[in-house]
Every structure is written in structure tokens, then in C-alpha cells.
Write a protein that binds this ligand. Structure first.
Ligand SMILES: Cc1cc2nc3c(=O)[nH]c(=O)nc-3n(C[C@H](O)[C@H](O)[C@H](O)COP(=O)(O)OP(=O)(O)OC[C@H]3O[C@@H](n4cnc5c(N)ncnc54)[C@H](O)[C@@H]3O)c2cc1C
Length: 501
């Protein structure tokens, strides 16, 4: 049982070390603590929340586990074993009761009104799936580093309050650097950086990796994603846990898959900005733009069933004839009526160094040059260096579709369509952006990380985005669900381990 490397001395000793303090880490901490374990949470950033706090805060639940399983199977398309999906499906049935219990601590409760009435896609089982959010309560004031956030901040406040109530110790600005293992590969603890020096933390029972994906690791995105570049919305998730798990022998899954849209990127910020269209498409809210490639041609239904999930996919097209990505960047084109319908983007950021409020009428961003303005389509095309004849033809065709009430080219839902007729006209450069990655170490139904042969790596668990089950399509609100379900299981099973001495 000797740790590998120079004889190991420990600076700290606990039962379970959890890496990352977003939903998955917080939930795992609560669950491990409630199962009797002494827990230490390590967070790399000076503040908690990860991308969890940026989310919409929707949590998918199911009325029937068998239906949920059928739906998840279709969603994952064979990329995740049934026994893992069955665990999530069962958890989806129990989740509301547990959230209700946790929410009481923060003086709130899950909203009774169901959001969508079904899953994202019309797959078998969809009618037994829905999602909840928390009812409003004062959350935002508690998070001065993350101003103006929405449902995710409410839900995270609930986790934060529950972690605080249990007096679970959290070390901020303490990135985990490597796992410490025995010669036999058993995980005994980890090394982290704290206050400029290395600390070694002994984990008598287990380590749980809950430190998110690799959305801000350029080298990993280059290896796993087709599209280049893909900009992140959060800077803290750099694939650290994935690399640590790999070194311990973990198999990987779903590395190509990410939850992402097309959005905006400006040199003023190191992160990307999401557009504002999200949520159940039954809202049938007008979307003000169409997207065109660098030649001025439209190429996609801009309003997918889950516009913030699959929106990036059509941009991934690589054209072998030009040996380039003709849709990276693409351009969003709209008119004065569109500009008047409200902000086209919303800056959400979990980083005390940055804050930006997008203007209600988009005028500040026009002045900044983030939105290009012109009196005619021809002039607009010249400014963004797109062939004017092509862009004019594209807009004419789109306007005809709007008059007919049907998009014969890409089948955008008719109620979301609006013509582009009233000058001035506007264009915005848009890029693929990643909200969260869905790939990482493979886990089994007990949330144990397994190697390429399916054998669990002793005392190593994972939960949340780092080990997402979603390997093909995402169930909206399902990522948070897996943080709750997987975090709870990981915490409980890790706490049940026998200490290694
Ligand atoms: C804008 C947006 C909206 C979304 N909306 C929804 C939604 O409504 N419903 C839904 O289901 N999903 C949604 N998602 C996805 C969902 O939010 C995430 O999948 C989920 O919150 C991931 O939680 P997590 O705890 O695994 O990761 P995170 O919340 O990112 O937490 C990981 C933490 O680990 C820390 N960390 C990283 N490396 C280290 C290290 N080496 N040492 C210590 N700490 C480290 C990070 O700083 C971070 O705080 C959304 C995502 C975004 C970005």
C-alpha cells in the first residue's frame, strides 16, 4: 500500500477528497458527509460554482423510470451502457423529493409548474420527462463574484447553503494537480497547490473527481473536436480531472461531444458570450436573425429544438474544396425591427474579474463595433466581406419564406421566423461555443471510474460534467440531473469504502 514515488508524507488527512465545487462536487460532498464521512472540497478558483452557477438551473426529472431509460438510450445512441443509464433513470424519479429536502435549507422549493411537458426530442419515453427549477429567493446577493445570474445561481445557492450547514471544509484557490496512487494503482490521495506550495492530502476512503470538463483546454479541444476554434464560457474547466484520471488508467468516452451553440467572442473578454434564445421551443419566440456562411449563403435551421445545445453542430462543416471551415465564423444578419426586440446576447460569467451588461437595445454594442451596421444589404455585405449578390439573394429568399410562412430550405419553425426588411441592417460574427463538454473518464453504475477493460480503479470516483452520460444528444436539464444523481451515488459509495489503513 505504499504510495508511488518518494515516500509520501501527508499535509492533510480526510476520508474523502472531492475535486471541484460545482453542482457535482457540492452534491457529492453533501452525500458523503450525510453518509458519515469527513470530506474536504478543493476548488481551483477563488470562488465556487463552476459552470453550474451559469446554468439555467433546470433539472430534468421523470415520472417513470422505464420511460426515462428508453429516452436516455435513444439520446445516448449506444454510447453509454444500459446499466449506467438505468441508474440515472431511477435517480430521475427520486430527484424532486431530494431537491425539495435540500431547498428547505434555503427557504425555497422546486417550482410546481413544469417547464416543457416532455423531453427535448420526440423519442420514446419523452412524455414522462420534464424539468423543474427552484422558486425565486434571494440568491444573487450572496454571489458578488457572479452578478445577475439566473436559475443556476438559485440552484447553486441551495447547494452552497447545504454545504455550509454541514460545515464541510472547502479550500479555494487550490487546484488538484495529480492523484497519488499505490504501486498497485489504488488511489490514496492527491497533490494540490495551495498558497504557492504543494500540499498532499491523504484520502482514507476515496477521491471523487467533480472538476468539470475541458472547455478551456485548447490542446484537448484540438484533439477531440472537429470545429476550430470553439470558445468556452467558463475559464476554470481545463480538463485537469480528465488528465488525472487518464494517468490513473481511466478509459475515456464521449470526448467529441459537447453542449454548445453559436455565439459571440470579442477581444475584451477571454470567454464567449451566448445568444439569448434558449429553452423549450414551444415558446415559439421570434428569432431575429438568419445565419450565413462566409459566401453569404444560409446553411442551417438557426432555431434547433435545443438551440443552446446542438447550435454549434452545423458550423463544424469542413469544406475539402476550400480546405477550410466556411462557417467559422458565420454571420448573423438582422434588421432594425429585430434590433428593437431586445438584447441579442447576455453575458454570463463566473469570474470576479469580469462583468458586462449587454444593452437592452443593442446600441452600445453597435457603438463598440461588435454589431456591424449598414443602410443596405449590399453595404453590409461589403463590410463583412461577403459577396453582396449572394447575401442579397439569400435575404430575398428568406423574406419570401417569411411571407409564405414556411422555411422550405431548413425547416425553421414558422413562428420563430421574421423577415429582414427594415433598414438599417445588422451583422454579427458568430463562432461555435461550448457550454460544457460531455466527455471524460468512463464510470460504472456506482460512479467508479473504470479502466479500458471495465475494471474499477480502486477508490476513484467521478461525477458531473467530467464523466457525462450524454454521448450523442443532450436531454435539456439532464446535465444538472446527472450532477445530482451521480454526485449523490459517488458520495454514498465513497463513504462506504473501508479506509485503506
Ligand atoms: C450557460 C449554461 C447553461 C446551462 N444550463 C443548463 C441547464 O439549465 N440544465 C442542465 O442540466 N445543464 C445546463 N448546463 C450544463 C450544466 O450547467 C453543467 O453540465 C453542470 O453544471 C456541470 O457541473 P459540474 O459540477 O460537473 O461542473 P462545474 O460546475 O463546472 O464545476 C467544476 C468545478 O471544478 C473546478 N475545477 C476545475 N479543475 C480543478 C482542479 N484541478 N482542482 C480543483 N477544482 C477544479 C472548476 O473551477 C469548477 O468550479 C448549462 C451550462 C452552461 C454553461
Amino acid at each position: 500500500m505504499n504510495p508511488t514515488g518518494p515516500l509520501c508524507t501527508w499535509d492533510r488527512e480526510v476520508d474523502i477528497v472531492i475535486v471541484g465545487y460545482g453542482f457535482a462536487g457540492g452534491v457529492a460532498g453533501i452525500s458523503a458527509h450525510d453518509s458519515g464521512a469527513r470530506v474536504l472540497l478543493l476548488e481551483k478558483m477563488p470562488h465556487p460554482g463552476g459552470i453550474s452557477i451559469l446554468s439555467g438551473g433546470g433539472v430534468a426529472f421523470a415520472r417513470n423510470a422505464e420511460s426515462a431509460l428508453q429516452y436516455l438510450k435513444r439520446t445516448c445512441n449506444g454510447t453509454t451502457p444500459d446499466e449506467v443509464l438505468r441508474t440515472v433513470a431511477n435517480g430521475m424519479v427520486e430527484i424532486i423529493d431530494w431537491i425539495r429536502e435540500l431547498a428547505r435549507v434555503s427557504g425555497t422549493e422546486p417550482s410546481q409548474s413544469e417547464l416543457r411537458g416532455h423531453g427535448t426530442y420526440p423519442f420514446r419515453g419523452t412524455n414522462d420527462i420534464d424539468s423543474i427549477k427552484l422558486k425565486d429567493f434571494p440568491a444573487y446577493d450572496s454571489f458578488p463574484w457572479a452578478k445577475g445570474l439566473r436559475g443556476g445561481a438559485r440552484l447553486f445557492k441551495m447547494i452552497y447553503d447545504n454545504v455550509a450547514l454541514r460545515k464541510i471544509e472547502v479550500l479555494f484557490s487550490t487546484p488538484a494537480k495529480r492523484l497519488i496512487t499505490s504501486a498497485e494503482g489504488e488511489v490514496l490521495g492527491l497533490a494540490a497547490e495551495n498558497g504557492g506550495r504543494e500540499i498532499r492530502v491523504k484520502a482514507r476512503k476515496a477521491v471523487i473527481l467533480a472538476c468539470g470538463g475541458f472547455e478551456n483546454n485548447e490542446a484537448m479541444k484540438l484533439q477531440y473536436f472537429q470545429a476550430q476554434p470553439v470558445y468556452p464560457v467558463y475559464l476554470g474547466n481545463t480538463g485537469d480531472g480528465i488528465q488525472m484520471a487518464q494517468k490513473a488508467g481511466a478509459a475515456l468516452w464521449h470526448m467529441w461531444h459537447f453542449h454548445g451553440a453559436y455565439g459571440f467572442k470579442y477581444p475584451d473578454f477571454p470567454f464567449a458570450i451566448r445568444h439569448v434564445w434558449a429553452g423549450p421551443r414551444k415558446d415559439e419566440r421570434k428569432m431575429v436573425w438568419i445565419a450565413v456562411d462566409r459566401f453569404g449563403h444560409r446553411f442551417m435551421n438557426e432555431y434547433h429544438p435545443a438551440p443552446q445545445d446542438t447550435g454549434a453542430r452545423p458550423l463544424e462543416f469542413y469544406d475539402p474544396d476550400i480546405q477550410d471551415f466556411p462557417r467559422i465564423p458565420c454571420y448573423l444578419i438582422f434588421d432594425e425591427q429585430g434590433r428593437n426586440l431586445g438584447p441579442v446576447a447576455m453575458v454570463i460569467v463566473n469570474d470576479a474579474r469580469y462583468h458586462y451588461l449587454w444593452s437592452e437595445d443593442n446600441k452600445t454594442e453597435i457603438e463598440k463595433g461588435w454589431i456591424v451596421k449598414a443602410d443596405s444589404i449590399k453595404e453590409l455585405a461589403e463590410q463583412i466581406k461577403v459577396t453582396p449578390d449572394n447575401l442579397e439573394a439569400t435575404i430575398d429568399r428568406w423574406n419570401n419564406h417569411c411571407t409564405a410562412g414556411e422555411d422550405n430550405d431548413f425547416h425553421r419553425p414558422s413562428k420563430t421566423m421574421m423577415p429582414i426588411i427594415e433598414p438599417p441592417f445588422y451583422a454579427m460574427e458568430a463562432w461555435p461555443i461550448v457550454s460544457n463538454t460531455q466527455g471524460g473518464p468512463v464510470h460504472n453504475p456506482e460512479q467508479r471510474v473504470v479502466d479500458a477493460m471495465g475494471t474499477p480503479i480502486p477508490r476513484l470516483y467521478a461525477a458531473g460534467e467530467i464523466t457525462s452520460i450524454f454521448g450523442h444528444l443532450y436531454l435539456e436539464a439532464g446535465n444538472i440531473t446527472e450532477c445530482f444523481v451521480g454526485g449523490r451515488i459517488a458520495g454514498k459509495n465513497a463513504a462506504a469504502e473501508k479506509p485503506w489503513e
